[in-house]
Design a protein around this ligand. Structure first.
Ligand code: KIV
Ligand code: ZN
Length: 506
């Protein structure tokens, strides 16, 4: 059976989703989890795009082994040089360079002829090859490119040293049959001289279908993202492509190196880090993907799972929500469970998470994996604590003006504050604003329950913006108002960490 390489671009194309920007620590967490999952190539970023992107790719290249680390570069010498500087510390490394080939892009955007585009592509592949052995080339907007010109470019870049040629459906325009024919035409010309990769966008909802059609027609690599995040309507979703190949191996006769039991964990980690929720009916990782509501379906399932279940929840790492720890569990058990859940915390972060766990165990009898993940994700980015909640009490109810009394630790000094508001959250937030004198604006406020029951852990996600800087905060507690306070303080800590030192004392 053929093995299809999985090229994950969550940290590059995925990060181009509105609101998906991640800091370096968050990217490292994702990269480590991708390796754990068995991803073959991680596109860690676009190093020339910003100093932050460069740093992230460099750090991932230096710290995350086990997968090839790719850096994206336009077909320009300065981009390729920067990508090389970022990835050079990796054990296995790749430069991915691209140039548009469609007449629409060449004429209106780049104002260069087909001949010039071809010449530049070949020169830049040669330059990249002078730095690294593994070079991938993408003719951008390939699906709107004249087919004979596309094949000419593909053959020329292979002759120049590219070992992977990626055929991107940049604007999500193609259809499965048409894309399959295109990939077959390329395959017939190039044979086994290079791996054909595909990179499909989801503008018409066909990214996964188009990628599967490409696999049937000779593609050996699929570019995809966790939860399908990415530019505009997103990219081909990794979990969907992988589970199609697993579930229908009889039909596709192809496999991947992905450990499918890591799917749900990776999906949730990305959701927590980016704050981008997965729609409930999303295939594979949506909350309802394995929930059967209809009576007829439930009846069939109770008699025989095969009647309505084509995949097992356990295949993607979903268990019947399992009781993991309780009030009497110690540090060791807690640490082991956190490792099993895929998190690596510094000793200080672990201690904070353990304290939170103990507090939760006093309030809530059953503690599930989801509760623990929610608790520790506040510390995922290992942000220094400029502010910390010491104490909080709230009075509210029918006919009572909501009032919050807060003790906040501000850089080591405990300060008291009282806030009155239209509701309890408003009162708490006013108390926090009074102490921190933050100028930030709250741009998003979301509440959800982590597990079921009246003692469920409530999770609050907030987004703040101040002078162009953005931060997302997360807080979890059995008391939703406390969770809201934690989320706000968590976001303020992130904003403070992004400030220049001279701004901090203002
Ligand atoms: O969509 C696209 O064409 C891209 C290229 C850089 C491969 O993301
Ligand atoms: Zn793309």
């Amino acid at each position: 059976m053929r093995t299809i390489k999985i090229f994950d671009t969550t940290l590059r194309d995925g990060e181009q989703s509105p609101g998906a920007s991640m800091n370096v620590d968050e990217k490292i967490q994702i990269a480590r989890q991708l390796v754990k999952m068995g991803v073959d190539i991680i596109e860690a970023g676009f190093p020339v795009a910003s100093p932050g992107d460069f740093e992230a790719v460099k750090k991932i290249a230096g710290e995350v082994g086990g997968a090839t680390i790719a850096g994206l570069a336009r077909a320009r010498e300065e981009d390729i040089k920067r990508a090389w500087e970022a990835i050079r510390g990796a054990q296995k490394k790749r430069i991915h360079t691209f140039h548009s080939t469609s007449d629409i892009h060449l004429k209106y955007q780049f104002r260069v002829s087909r001949e010039e585009a071809l010449k530049r592509s070949v020169e830049m592949v040669k330059y990249a090859r002078s730095l690294v052995e593994d070079v991938e080339f993408s003719p951008m907007d390939a699906t709107r490119t004249d087919v004979s010109y596309l094949i000419e470019v593909v053959m020329a870049v292979i002759a120049a040293g590219a070992s992977t040629v990626n055929i991107p459906d940049t604007v999500g325009y193609t259809a499965p049959d048409e894309f399959g024919r295109l990939i077959r035409a390329v395959k017939d010309k190039i044979g086994d001289t290079a791996v054909i990769s595909v990179h499909c966008h989801n503008d018409l909802g066909l990214a996964v279908a188009n990628s599967l059609s490409a696999i049937l027609n000779g593609a050996g690599q699929v570019e995809c993202t966790i939860n399908g995040i990415g530019e505009r309507a997103g990219n081909c979703s990794m979990e969907e492509i992988v589970m199609n190949l697993v579930t229908r191996k009889d039909f596709y006769k192809a496999k991947t190196n992905i450990k499918t039991k890591q799917i749900i964990r990776t999906s949730r980690l990305l959701t927590r880090i980016t704050g981008i929720q997965v729609q409930p009916n999303k295939a594979i990782v949506g909350a309802n993907a394995f929930a059967h509501e209809s009576g007829i379906h439930q009846d069939g399932l109770l008699k025989e799972k095969l009647t309505y279940e084509i995949m097992k929840p356990a295949d993607i790492g979903l268990k019947e929500t399992e009781l993991v720890l309780g009030k009497h569990s110690g540090r060791h058990a807690f640490k082991t469970r956190i490792k099993e859940l895929g998190y690596e915390l510094e000793p200080a972060g672990l201690e904070t998470a353990f304290e939170k766990f103990k507090r939760l165990a006093d309030q809530k009898k059953d503690i599930f994996d989801e509760d623990i993940e929610a608790l520790i994700s506040e510390g995922v980015g290992r942000i220094p604590e400029t502010y910390g909640i010491v104490d909080l009490s709230i009075i509210s109810g029918i006919g009572i003006k909501p009032t919050a009394a807060l003790k906040l630790n501000v850089k080591g000094k405990v300060v008291d504050s009282v806030g009155h508001g239209d509701g309890p959250v408003d009162a708490v937030y006013r108390a926090i604003v009074a102490v921190t004198r933050t100028k930030s604006v709250l741009t998003k406020f979301e509440v959800k329950s982590i597990t079921g029951g009246t003692d469920a852990l409530g999770e609050v996600l907030v987004s703040l913006e101040e002078g162009g800087r953005k931060a997302r905060g997360q807080g979890a507690d059995t008391d939703i108002i406390v969770a809201a306070a934690r989320a706000y303080v968590n976001a303020l800590n992130k904003l403070a960490a992004k400030k220049l030192p001279q701004e901090m004392d203002k």
